[in-house]
Design a protein around this ligand. Structure first.
Ligand code: HEC
Ligand code: HEC
Length: 202
């Protein structure tokens, strides 16, 4: 009896440990990504700004998003069925694949450089808006270990749509309401300018 208990305990502990540490295999991820390619491109550089680029994004951030589309914490009607059948290992493999690819650069509209750079680097002292740079980094590379996403090179249309979704609360998977609080302080012009700015940032 005691032996059985110990064995069960050991197995449980092992299960927990492997679930939280599922290491991604990029080449397995490549094989599993065929179904994603129609929208996100073969290497994660989406052919259309209707779909976010995944190439070069932080691995742990990607895993978090896939888990949350599946659990519904990030509510999206297009992505939910895409992840419904994925296992933790599939998610880890896909994230490993996309994160090792390079994002294709996008461009900033000339007329929005100054306004976008101001928001990104300094925020807005009058409204208490923090600088995006504080968490997303001076070059927009994010902090992969903290699951703070990279923004540089992403389509402006996607960035702007996410800021609006955070402000409206329709995207609510940000830890401690970090991005909802920030987006709620932004004007529509600030969202547009900073989205254009990060697209061309590198
Ligand atoms: C039919 C098109 C389509 C397919 C196929 C698709 N996606 Fe998506 N994906 C989307 C859309 C649209 C979004 C943006 C959702 C939103 O606005 O929140 C998205 C968002 C994502 C995100 C979040 C990116 C970010 O920066 O937060 C990840 C990760 C992702 N998809 C991975 C995948 C993977 C992996 C597959 C294949 C298993 C896949 N997608 C298949 C359309 C698609
Ligand atoms: C206090 C840290 C912090 C600051 C400051 C911050 N962000 Fe974020 N941001 C985050 C975190 C954390 C996430 C990831 C949320 C999640 O886990 O889904 C995020 C996600 C995002 C996303 C979604 C990315 C994607 O691929 O879907 C956008 C867009 C974004 N932030 C833009 C901005 C902009 C623009 C600013 C400046 C006005 C800003 N952020 C300031 C922490 C921050």
């Amino acid at each position: 009896m005691k032996k059985l208990f110990i064995t069960t305990l050991a197995l449980l502990t092992l299960g927990v440990a492997s679930a939280s540490m599922a290491a991604g295999d990029a080449s397995a991820g490549k094989d599993k990504s065929a179904i994603c390619a129609a929208c996100h491109g073969a290497d994660g550089n989406s052919p259309s700004n209707m779909f976010p680029k995944l190439a070069g994004q932080g691995e742990a951030y990607l895993v978090k998003q896939l888990q949350e589309f599946k659990s519904g914490v990030r509510n999206n009607a297009v992505m939910a069925p895409m992840v419904a059948a994925l296992t933790e290992q599939d998610m880890a493999d896909l994230a490993a694949y996309y994160s090792k690819n390079n994002i294709a650069p996008a461009a900033t509209s000339e007329d929005l450089v100054v306004a976008g750079q101001t928001v990104y680097r300094a925020g807005n002292k009058e409204t208490g808006l923090p600088a995006c740079m504080a968490c997303h980094g001076p070059t927009g590379a994010g902090v992969p270990s903290a699951k703070w996403p990279a923004l540089s090179g992403q389509y402006a249309a996607y960035i702007e749509a996410q800021l609006k979704a955070f402000a409206a609360g329709t995207r609510s998977n940000d830890p401690n309401s970090m991005m909802r609080d920030i987006a709620a302080k932004m004007t529509a012009d600030e969202m547009k300018a900073v989205s254009s700015y990060v697209a061309g940032l590198h």
